[in-house]
Design a protein around this ligand. Sequence first.
Ligand code: SDX
Length: 427
Amino acid sequence: MADKKAQLIIEGAAPVELPVLSGTVGPDVIDVRGLTSTGRFTFDPGFMSTASCESKITYIDGDKGILLHRGYPIEQLAEHSDYLETCYLLLNGELPTAEQKSKFFETIKNHTMVHEQLKSFLNGFRRDSHPMAIMVGIVGALSAFYHDSLDINNPKHREVSAHRLVAKMPTIAAMVYKYSMGQPIMYPRNDLNYAENFLHMMFNTPAEIKPISPVLAKAMDRIFILHADHEQNASTSTVRLAGSSGANPFACIAAGIAALWGPAHGGANEAVLTMLEEIGSVENIEKFVAKAKDKNDPFKLMGFGHRVYKNFDPRAKVMKQTCDEVLAELGINDPQLELAMKLEEIARNDPYFVERNLYPNVDFYSGIILKAIGIPTSMFTVIFALARTVGWISHWKEMLSGPYKIGRPRQLYTGYAQRDYNPLDKR
Ligand code: SDX
């Protein structure tokens, strides 16, 4: 992959030659590992221009608005695939044959229940806790229940942990919701598909088992697909960093959930609905757009902008189409959708947003669909974490399947140079 060279010339020092590496597609990278011999480091807070690893899982072209999972465009997966098949693709690198697909579905189905004692663990939380606070706690605690698959150097253990996490996240997410509602927890059912099962565990009760709407199940499954993976975003990078220390997979995914929670990342879907509620009506849009442009105001248009996409987030386009389909199918005329569309139109015609290539991202419309499905705003990031678990664990598996080193960045130190201790009576 290294057929070009870069030369680093530092005043008063010998030039340093660095290999330039090329991937299958996308930008070349300058391999700076040889810099250690110069005693210097690169400096890149926020990793704006740093590739942290080599990966074969997902490719994003931010300028063209392209997102590929193992080479397949997200639009085609959203249209023709389903979430569990996309999980198989992300985990294994290829779309499954009919036999592989049915075996994988069966395997996941047989892992959907959680240890019964997790219910008492749940009881330790306040019922009004934020669902993400409980998710972080429960997923982190899974290593206390499934300690038979924690040898990260054993491929079989890595595989069973991956299957357990993909299978159990919907069960745990629904448990968290039921707990907040004071309703009995619903057990998974093996006669339902992944999305139907999740909606069953979320909205059915022992008193009444209603059939799951195929429209809502399809919309839920598509939302899962759209959130499945997104290369080296903040939470995935967190999972890789935690995994590089040898931490068990459940601890690594809990770290990813924690990182996802922030409003600049996965917490944005919840923040979009809060923002739309705060804007309230079309008349107030201009005021909020002005706030978003005001450098002295911390307010940002939630669901807008992206570190990589400087064009439309392809997921946002599919999400918007799904939004239209679901609302039409349910006969819902959600004023917040009109408000969101008007906000997008105004922002997309404002020079501030155009000059900065700020477009709606995956979080801008997702909340409107989730609300139409009946999911409360506080659960939106839990849904994101549920769907992204397969991406996190795929990157974790990829890293552990080859040579890797513990992640340990350096720093530019600008604190005090060495100085002697100052006795108390001299201060
Ligand atoms: C996700 O990385 C991923 O792939 C994440 C994700 C995934 O699938 O894993 O795609 C999921 O996290 C989507 C993003 C969800 N977050 C939001 O919607 C929150 C609102 N967006 C912003 O916070 C921001 O756009 C980020 C965090 C998403 C990106 O921030 P960057 O890349 O650090 O860019 P920046 O903050 O430096 O912004 C560049 C300029 C700045 O203005 P100037 O300093 O150049 O004058 O654009 C401005 C920013 O102030 N800007 C915004 C803005 N986003 C950027 N101004 C107003 N509203 C916004 N939303």
